[in-house]
Each structure stands twice: as structure tokens, then as C-alpha cells.
Design a protein around this ligand. Structure first.
Ligand SMILES: [Zn+2]
Length: 318
């Protein structure tokens, strides 16, 4: 059984390693963080501001920013940090290998951990065999990092985990970061990375890929004013949905959306290139807006509950 799982994992590795999936681009992650900041309590904001000063990029994030805005700007820019370090940290692939995969060391950990960014539910519309997804993934890391915010005594670890949480709660709300489609046995499309698409008829060499269409759904500018403007204009998430705090549900919602809005006409069961219709593209934008708003509010709920340690908790006897 163990060997079977390892073989399946290796197959997934091959599929995922060829084209790294990034999830929302920098702007998408910043939008999630901007929405979260608007919904955080003053106590949670203050603790986030204090912890993020420990991130090695803090000085870069806040250069030239007025003191009164530094906490908010650092929080928003921290959202993209796990992607921003890909060029300078050690690449350790897209398949978790222990003991590195599950470690939680704080900033002394200089691995990229590409497999922390997604949790691909296998989707096999034509009945292809699918591998067992790795247990270390975006969902399991959200749980580990959330617990550590409350339980760890190390501010270095809590700062690192906070930075990753701001990022991963965004990632898991991106539909194509929660699903990989299998059309041939154990050979996945890496969340649409291997599916070619165009906005008008094109050759394969000129095509974009389906995954990146979703990543870049809300544009690319990363300047703070543009992010704040767009975040403010997003429609408020329904209270009942916003209140859901279980990362497994967030993941399942995304996987369902990938099937109902991602792998649908004009995207067929193949590798393309497919010409995206206006209605497909409009739906991508609409779904992305809703998922980013939801991710932001849910991130705020999580941080409001976990980030500030209650004094009574510290005083409780063992
Ligand atoms: Zn990511």
C-alpha cells in the first residue's frame, strides 16, 4: 500500500513539476489580504503588524510608507511573499518529501515548499485512473499554521506561519488550485497548466494556459492604491458563506467550481488550444471576485480568532 501511494505520488510529481502552479498572481493575493484587513479587529491588526516586522522582507515592503500605514501595507504585501521568494530560496519540487515537507521552523526554513500551495482533488471526467493526492498540501498546512498561531511560543514561527496563512487561504479559494484533471491514467494536467487556451484562434506556441487565465483573472497591477480600490469595490460575501471556517469546505467548494466553471465549454477533454468565449471569460472574473472576497473575510475570521492570545489562556493551570 505504501509503495502504491509513493508511485502515485511520483506520477503526480511528474505532472506538477513540469509547470509550477502559482495560484492567484501577486495582485490576487494582495486583494485577499486587503479584504481581510478591512474585516480584522484592531487587536488582530496590531498583532499582525508586530509579527510581520520579523519577516526578512519587512523593510522592503514598508520603504517610504508612512508609519500609520505600515501595518496594513506590510500585511497586504506579505500575501505574495511565499511566491516572491521562489527565486532566492531552495526549490524542493512539487511533491512533499519528509522530513522537510512537514517542518514548521520559522524563517530559518529557506525551502520554497511548492507543494504547500495547492491541494488537487483528482477529476477524471473520462474515467482515467487517478493517483492518491499527497497528505501534505495547502489544506493541511492551513490547519498546522492556524494551530501554531495560538499554540507556538515562538514569534519567529508565528510570523512565518502568519505570512503563509495570508497566502494559502487565498490559494485554496482558487478553483484550479484545488483540482487536477486526469484524461490519461495517472497523468494530470496540473490544475489546467497543461491545457492551452487563447482569446482568439491561435497556434499552440502562442497559447496561454488555462491555469494562468484563472490566476490573472483580476488583472496584474500590484500597487497598493489600485489593490485597495479594487478590494473596496468587491461585493460583500453572503454572511452564511463567510462564516464557514473549515478549510476542507473551502477546498471542496473550489474543487466543485473547477468542475462547474473551469473545465467546461469551450474547454474540452483535451489539451487545446481552445478559444475562450466572452461568456467563459466573464464567468472567470465573476467567480474570481467572489472567491477572493470570501477568502479575505474568512482569513479575517481566522486571524481574529487565532492571532491574539487571550491573557486568561496564558494564566490557566496545566
Ligand atoms: Zn501560492
Amino acid at each position: 500500500m505504501r509503495k502504491l501511494i509513493l508511485a502515485a505520488t511520483a506520477a503526480l510529481a511528474l505532472a506538477a513539476a513540469a509547470t509550477p502552479a502559482a495560484a492567484w498572481n501577486g495582485r490576487g493575493h494582495m486583494l485577499v489580504a486587503a479584504v481581510a484587513w478591512d474585516n480584522m479587529t484592531p487587536e488582530a491588526r496590531a498583532e499582525a503588524g508586530r509579527l510581520l516586522k520579523l519577516n526578512p522582507a519587512y523593510a522592503t515592503w514598508t520603504a517610504g510608507v508612512p508609519a500609520s500605514k505600515r501595518d496594513q501595507v506590510a500585511f497586504i504585501k506579505a500575501s505574495a511573499w511565499p511566491d516572491d521568494v521562489r527565486g532566492s530560496y531552495t526549490m524542493d519540487g512539487y511533491v512533499p518529501v519528509e522530513p522537510i515537507a512537514s517542518q514548521n521552523l520559522g524563517y530559518s526554513d529557506r525551502y520554497v515548499h511548492g507543494y504547500w500551495h495547492f491541494a488537487d482533488a483528482p477529476y477524471a471526467p473520462t474515467g482515467a485512473a487517478v493517483p492518491t493526492p499527497p497528505e501534505v498540501n495547502a489544506v493541511s498546512r492551513i490547519k498546522v499554521f492556524s494551530d501554531a498561531l495560538t499554540a507556538s511560543d515562538s514569534d519567529d514561527v508565528r510570523s512565518y506561519d502568519l505570512t503563509w496563512l495570508i497566502h494559502l487561504v487565498g490559494d485554496i479559494h482558487q478553483p484550479l488550485h484545488s483540482t487536477t484533471r486526469y484524461l490519461a491514467d495517472n497523468k494530470g494536467d496540473s490544475g489546467g497548466n497543461f491545457v492551452k487556451v487563447c482569446f482568439q484562434a491561435c497556434a499552440v506556441k502562442d497559447a496561454d494556459n488555462l491555469h494562468s487565465i484563472w490566476d490573472n483573472a483580476l488583472g496584474k497591477p500590484r500597487d497598493i492604491d489600485s489593490v485597495l480600490d479594487t478590494a473596496e469595490g468587491l461585493a460583500k460575501a453572503p454572511d452564511a458563506l463567510a462564516a464557514i471556517g473549515d478549510p476542507d469546505v473551502w477546498f471542496q467548494e473550489s474543487a466543485d467550481l473547477a468542475r462547474s466553471t473551469g473545465y467546461v465549454d469551450p474547454v474540452e477533454n483535451g489539451t487545446g488550444p481552445y478559444v475562450l468565449t466572452a461568456s467563459y471569460r466573464n464567468r472567470v472574473v465573476s467567480v474570481a471576485q467572489k472567491r477572493i472576497e470570501l477568502a479575505g473575510v474568512r482569513l479575517a475570521n481566522l486571524l481574529n480568532a487565532r492571532l491574539v492570545k487571550a491573557p486568561a489562556q496564558v494564566a490557566q493551570p496545566q
